[in-house]
Unconditional design. Structure first.
Length: 505
């Protein structure tokens, strides 16, 4: 979310920063709504002030028995009440319009972010390791992780597809253990050596949480949603509407009842038949069409919606939502190993083979909450924490500074880590570390305050992968393979694997 005051103070700078993101100027539209909103607020305040003044004058007029003045003031107060309702509605509408417009715009890039249109314009910062020195480099044709995993009997895409569809995998035996080992190793390094606090957060979150980190409303299609329906409540409402139908159509129903009474003169038989007929009528009237039922569900009155987290960034960052964190407690450094869920709506046809792009995957997330003056140094530190994992695993990688056209929605500056995959002969993303500045904090109302000071200011939030476990598994399999398809276990993982040195069929 953007600071409206900053837009007012320097609209040209705001538009120039959006232009670096490839977006058209927005300040004119923003300021037009803002001006109208402030006018509505002023009109509302004026009407409230005059109403209060006139209300006092009514008592004075009645005290001096000036009924004409009192009646005129009473009429004025009633008119002011109507005016206030109108101004209040206008204020609410314009406030929502402004919020909708601002919340749909991405974060502004930091000054030192390289300009560019897409990933081709990203800038390499440094490299670690030599792909030519990995065990797989000795092979003429390194196999990809799918061939290796299936050869080991521990990677089953077919079984996953039968139960869940495409972009899922079942890991078994040594591969399942290796995935677990990678996650535990990453967590141990980040908590024991880098000072991150391990958290076990919810995997299902409310709308407000994914709005706070920037996934809603713009990227709704990238998320999975879990929705429960109060079917009993829905059924009761449908029956209420059926009863209402009966009440509203007495003129049509009464002749039918009289015919039924003549056909069944016995009181008990008549009563039984009448009740059955009315129940049938209510049931039929209660059968909504698909559109009517969906509208009732979408109203939220009978539903409870939760979003599956696309990354633990959502849960961890929202721990400071609607909070004022004492500045003395910052920076907060949080980490979690969780399943993550992504629909990959924009990835049709990409990485359809294997584990690179899955709907469900494991990831160790790093989140930092800092003061504004700490965030740049914290960003560099976070990248180093993520790089450490790849270095300890002995995997060749490179670090990139993303250009303006390739950064995520909430980021003001991002570094990507890309690990070497021998089967493809390219570096592939395994971590993305972003400084979001106060962009997410404004959406979450997350602030900090120094002891002894009155004013609070927005925190800065940062997030990064430390690392994506599935992609780390892919990199280990491919880089540590030998001619027989065996996988050497990196030294740092052997304690987590019970001393095992190789995976083999």
């Amino acid at each position: 979310m953007h600071d409206i005051k900053a837009v007012r103070d320097n609209p040209q700078a705001f538009d120039l920063a959006l232009g670096r993101r490839g977006l058209a100027p927005q300040s004119e539209a923003i300021l037009a709504i803002d001006q109208a909103l402030r006018a509505a607020q002023t009109a509302l305040q004026s009407a409230q002030s005059r109403r209060n003044e006139a209300s006092k004058l009514i008592g004075a007029a009645k005290a001096r028995k000036d009924e004409q003045a009192a009646n005129a003031l009473i009429a004025e107060v009633e008119a002011l009440k109507a005016s206030m309702l109108s101004h209040s509605a206008e204020e609410s509408r314009l406030s929502q319009d402004l919020r909708n417009l601002l919340s749909a715009l991405p974060n502004l890039p930091a000054d030192d972010v390289p300009d560019g249109a897409d990933e081709a314009d990203n800038v390499e910062v440094r490299r670690f390791g030599d792909p030519a020195q990995s065990p797989a480099a000795k092979l003429n044709a390194p196999r990809d992780h799918v061939a290796l995993g299936e050869g080991l009997g521990g990677m089953d895409f077919e079984a996953a597809s039968r139960m869940s569809g495409a972009r899922f995998v079942v890991l078994k035996g040594g591969l399942a253990r290796l995935e677990r080992a990678l996650g535990q190793f990453m967590l141990d390094v980040q908590t024991r050596e880098h000072g991150y606090l391990e958290v076990s957060p919810p995997l299902l979150v409310k709308d407000e949480a994914v709005f706070g980190t920037g996934q809603l409303p713009k990227f709704k299609e990238d998320l999975f949603v879990a929705q429960s329906v109060d079917w009993e409540g829905l059924k009761a409402r449908a029956q209420d509407l059926g009863l209402a139908f009966v009440g509203e159509n007495q003129a049509l129903i009464q002749p039918l009842v009289e015919n039924l009474r003549r056909a069944l003169p016995e009181e008990d038989a008549f009563r039984t038949a009448l009740h059955a007929a009315i129940e049938t009528l209510i049931d039929r009237q209660s059968q909504f069409g698909a559109d009517q039922m969906q509208a009732l569900i979408d109203s939220g009155e009978f539903t409870e919606r939760r979003w599956l987290i696309p990354t633990a960034e959502v849960s961890l960052t929202n721990l400071v939502r609607d909070q004022i964190t004492p500045e003395e407690e910052l920076p907060l450094r949080l980490t979690a190993l969780t399943p993550c869920f992504r629909s990959e709506a924009g990835a049709s046809g990409r990485d359809t083979r294997g584990m690179i792009r899955q709907h469900q995957f494991q990831k160790v997330e790093l989140v930092s909450i800092t003061t504004p003056d700490q965030s740049e140094a914290e960003h560099e530190r976070m990248v180093t924490c993520a790089e450490t994992i790849l270095q300890r695993l002995g995997l060749a990688f490179r670090t990139l500074a993303l250009c303006t056209g390739d950064m995520g929605f909430s980021a003001r500056k991002t570094y990507d880590l890309e690990v070497w995959l021998p089967s493809q002969g390219v570096y592939r993303e395994i971590s993305s570390c972003s400084n979001c500045g106060d962009f997410q904090a404004r959406r979450m109302d997350a602030r900090t305050k120094r002891a002894g000071e009155k004013g609070a200011r927005f925190v800065h939030t940062l997030n990064g992968s430390g690392l994506a476990v599935g992609r780390a598994l892919v990199a280990v399999l491919e880089n540590y393979q030998d001619e027989q398809g065996r996988i050497a276990i990196p030294d740092v993982l052997r304690p987590y694997m019970g001393g095992l040195t190789h995976l083999e069929a």
